[in-house]
Design a protein around this ligand. Structure first.
Ligand SMILES: *[C@@H]1O[C@H](CO)[C@@H](O)[C@H](O)[C@H]1NC(C)=O
Ligand SMILES: *[C@@H]1O[C@H](CO)[C@@H](O)[C@H](O)[C@H]1NC(C)=O
Ligand SMILES: *[C@@H]1O[C@H](CO)[C@@H](O)[C@H](O)[C@H]1NC(C)=O
Length: 346
């Protein structure tokens, strides 16, 4: 019997677990220790959440729990960093204004940030009975393609989507391009990472090759991991809410395009991407994943994990080290980008 099959049988205990929690914004600036380590500034603006040891350079041996003094995440033992690019609104006179991100449903009082899920099974599957493996210290990964400008390019990744929030709790349909109509309560981006790890490498040159999607089916359907990437991890998912409401009263493009662009210029939405650097203390994540928690119920009671209030999450902030205006009406995006919709020249 293959060892992964053995493991999944050995741990086939019902454990209705779905971990969902929020992290407030730590800092928003042009740093990217995963894709552009050491660059200060990196090419485009990100919004970052998690432990405050975040920096331009984060070697895999960096002791993130040890070097952090606080975290913006609800679990006090989670010093990971999670980040995405940010959105801008492009006005008809060609200038850009940052779209702020805001707390998600149940976390309206959070200072922006994003909601993190660690999923064992399909999100609304009441059974939730799978064992999943937590990541190891030094682990990091990326999903998406900053140069994707077509559906075909974006379709290599599963489930990097947009939802037009007609109400604050609208969760479908999910689209792969920017919504082109006005969304009453904002836009949600949902980003799901691959879930099969090679079990050896903490990272890879493109920050993706050490991870894979299931060989057949999907994570949600319990599809098996390929032999090259046999370790089934939790599905890390972000939900990010963008407050596009203030822009609904301004003039929109007459050609029907979305007025929103990513901080690196993508005006199609196909270049949606996300970054993850694991930084949980000791085995605290595995303990939580082995605990029957649903959203936050029982997570802390049964796993011993400590939670902090949203007010305390909001207190953990980092001063930007890249000094530049990212919030005013800008004639170009920070880093010198303009909106573009066609293929990206190399
Ligand atoms: C980031 O790294 C620099 C250079 O090593 C260091 O001086 C600074 O204290 C670090 N910042 C944080 C928040 O760890
Ligand atoms: C461009 O348009 C925006 C939105 O209407 C407006 O706030 C801004 O002042 C304009 N900038 C210039 C230079 O006209
Ligand atoms: C929470 O834990 C208690 C005690 O173990 C258990 O009785 C209850 O069913 C659990 N609730 C959920 C939602 O899992």
């Amino acid at each position: 019997m293959h060892w992964t099959a053995f493991l999944s049988l050995a741990f086939a205990v019902p454990s209705s677990a779905l971990v969902r929690f929020h992290c407030s914004q730590l800092v928003t600036e042009r740093l990217d220790p995963l894709v552009q380590p050491g660059s200060n500034p990196s090419t485009h603006v990100h919004q970052i959440v998690g432990g405050d040891s975040f920096n331009a350079t984060m070697h895999p041996s960096k002791d993130m729990p040890g070097e952090s003094t606080c975290t913006t995440c609800q679990f006090t033992e989670d010093f990971s960093n999670y980040w995405t690019a940010i959105l801008y609104f492009r006005a008809q006179n060609g200038t850009y204004k940052r779209v702020k991100n805001i707390g998600n449903n149940q976390f309206r009082n959070a200072n922006g940030g994003l909601t993190v899920y660690y999923m064992q099974d399909a999100i609304y599957d009441p059974a939730q009975r799978s064992k999943v493996t937590a990541f190891k210290p030094g682990f990091r990964m990326f999903v998406g393609d900053v140069n994707a400008r077509s559906l075909a390019e974006a379709a290599r990744f599963r489930q990097l989507t947009y939802t037009c929030l007609d109400t604050f709790v609208t969760r479908s349909p999910e689209m792969m391009a920017f919504p082109t109509r006005k969304c009453a309560e904002g836009i949600m981006t949902t980003l799901r990472f691959p879930t099969c790890w090679d079990g050896v490498n903490l990272d890879s040159p493109d920050h993706m090759a050490h991870m894979s999607y299931p060989e057949t089916g999907t994570f949600e359907s319990g599809g098996p991991c390929p032999a090259s990437h046999p370790v089934r991890t939790a599905q890390v998912m972000f939900e990010v809410v963008w407050d596009t409401k203030p822009f609904n009263d301004l003039e929109w493009p007459k050609d029907g395009k979305s007025p929103f662009v990513w901080s690196f210029g993508d005006g199609t939405g196909y270049a949606n991407h996300a970054d993850y650097v694991f930084g949980w203390k000791d085995d605290s994540l595995q303990k939580i994943l082995d605990t029957p928690c649903h959203f936050m119920t029982n997570c802390s009671v049964e796993s011993g994990a400590k939670l902090q209030s949203v007010a305390d999450m909001n207190k953990c902030v980092q001063k930007p080290v890249v000094g530049e205006d990212i919030d005013g009406w800008l004639t170009e995006l920070p880093g010198g980008f303009q909106a573009q919709y066609g293929p990206v020249s190399a």
